[in-house]
Design a protein around this ligand. Structure first.
Ligand SMILES: [Cu+2]
Length: 496
């Protein structure tokens, strides 16, 4: 069952032959097994084992100080990131949500395998909340970890609408002195074009779409798109004027205070719409302990690579001084930066780049699942493909050759183990996110990490397995929010 690292991320030698076909129709993919999709599930599969916790949450237009630059944007609780929600695994959570935005919105609880009708996807699970309206969320939070929430409506997430959702595990040993939540974001709203203007530009630069991506090869990471000049394959599609850590630009960065020798648990969330980062703390090593909330065998590294929607928890024992915590956007100019301070002294200059960023950053394929966190070893009941492709011109991104409005959903039956063979046929990385489930990268019972969002490098292919234990209909999509809007979404539907 377990795959070697070489098998895990495999360059697709034969990819060109498949991609060369002008049209890769959905019929080429063996994903349809018949049956009837079950209706929306409106009861909780998880028993409440803990407390009832009540929260209020408001989305509204507001002014935010990004560190000397004040912008008008949309945010939760008039702050950036939004207010941290926190509960313990097994708690029942009730969230009274108010929408004071001028548009309908939604709230998706990213990483939480909660009951289907509370998942927050308009048209699929939860009704949108109209402008001026409200919605009462009510669900049990089954799994601990570093999670977050954001809208599942258009490009709203690329404004200031995001916040951490931390689920504690009372059985977890801890072993640290302080905890810091560190949220990364790429920022344009109020300082550059709005997210909607950026998408309009991408579509205009790409020329008219023919209504269906057709599995077209392409996606040269911005090189053909005319935005932001030359970018690498991981440079995303949009140029951002600013990158933020905890809502602060480099001009007046967030300062994280501790004492020398203290051991810190950092819960890092990449809330960006279009940016992958390499992250390092100057003069320190990072010991990664969790990916997307699930424990991994601790591994120590100089730098971590984090895609959109992913979370990594790491431990760091602090030295004496002032150190830059830097998230370098992959293939883009600019930087996100905070300061870690354990002593008085001069802060490193704004251009100080930790030498740790010169190393090869740790990626998910180097992680090994912690004992007890693997899915039970089991041959999959079905294997389905998830072929990622698209192009900058026209600006269309597809799963299995189809945009979302033409998608043939993935299917599963309750109790099954489903295997999904993700094959990236494009020259960009795509963070693929499953709602309502956490999969094991590389296969059930193997050594790969449990995740809900996995960054799939250009032309790479690997399997993921998930256990069908949370019935309903669920989104599966690229967490580059521009790709998602341009079609790179499908659903996983439980069948009768
Ligand atoms: Cu993508």
């Amino acid at each position: 069952m377990g795959l070697t690292r070489r098998q895990f991320v495999t360059g697709l030698a034969g990819a060109g032959a498949i991609a060369a076909g002008a049209s890769v129709g959905a019929s080429r993919f063996l994903n349809q097994r018949g049956g009837t999709p079950i209706p929306l599930v409106t009861s909780d599969a998880h028993a409440m084992t803990g407390q009832l916790r009540n929260f209020t949450l408001t989305a509204a237009p507001t002014k935010i100080d990004l560190g000397g630059t004040i912008v008008e944007t949309w945010a939760y609780g008039n702050q950036l990131p939004g207010p941290v929600l926190r509960a313990t695994a097994g708690d029942r959570v009730q969230i009274a949500f108010k929408n004071q935005l001028p548009q309908p919105t939604s709230v998706h609880w990213h990483g939480l395998a909660i009951r289907n009708d509370m998942d927050g996807v308009p048209g699929v699970t939860t009704p949108q909340t109209p402008a001026g309206g409200s919605f009462n969320f009510d669900f049990v939070v089954p799994d601990s970890g570093t999670h977050w929430f954001h809208p599942h409506t258009g490009l709203q997430m690329d404004r200031g609408l995001y916040a951490p959702f931390i689920i504690d595990d009372p059985r977890e040993p801890g072993g640290y002195d302080l905890e810091w939540i560190v949220v990364l974001d790429d920022w344009t709203d109020g300082v550059g074009p709005s997210p909607d203007e950026n998408l309009a530009k991408l579509r205009a630069a790409g020329g008219p779409a023919n209504g269906n991506g057709g599995g077209m090869m392409g996606g040269m990471g911005g090189m053909g798109g005319g935005m932001g000049g030359m970018m690498s394959a991981d440079g995303g599609d949009v140029s951002y004027p600013m990158f933020l850590i905890n809502g602060r630009a480099t001009t007046d960065p967030d300062v994280l205070l501790a004492k020398p020798g203290q051991r810190i648990r950092v819960r890092m969330i990449n809330a960006s719409a279009d940016t992958i980062y390499n992250v390092a703390l100057g003069d320190h090593m990072l010991t990664v302990t969790h990916s997307d909330g699930y424990p991994v065998q601790p591994v120590t590294t100089q730098a971590i690579r984090i895609g959109m929607g992913e979370r990594y928890d790491f431990l760091v024992t602090l030295k004496d001084g002032v150190f830059p915590l830097v998230a370098a956007p992959s293939g883009k100019s600019g930087v996100a930066r905070a300061l870690v301070r354990t002593a008085s002294g001069t802060a490193p200059g704004a251009s100080a780049q930790p030498s740790e960023l010169d190393s090869t950053p740790l990626t998910a394929d180097a992680l090994r699942v912690a004992p007890g966190a693997a899915l039970p070893a089991r041959d999959p009941n079905s294997t389905q493909e998830l072929v990622l492709s698209g192009s900058m011109a026209p600006y269309v991104w597809t799963i299995n050759g189809a945009t979302y409005d033409h998608t043939s959903p993935l299917t599963i039956r309750q109790g099954e183990t489903g295997r999904f063979l993700i094959r990236n046929m494009s020259m960009m990385s795509h963070p693929i996110h499953f709602h309502g489930h956490t999969f094991q990268v590389g296969g059930a019972g193997g050594t790969g990490p449990r995740k809900d969002t996995v960054l799939v490098p250009p032309m790479a292919a690997f399997p993921i397995d998930l256990k069908a234990d949370n019935p309903g209909r669920w989104m599966v999509h690229c967490h580059n929010i521009y790709h998602a809007e341009a079609g790179m979404m499908t659903r996983l539907e439980y069948m009768i």
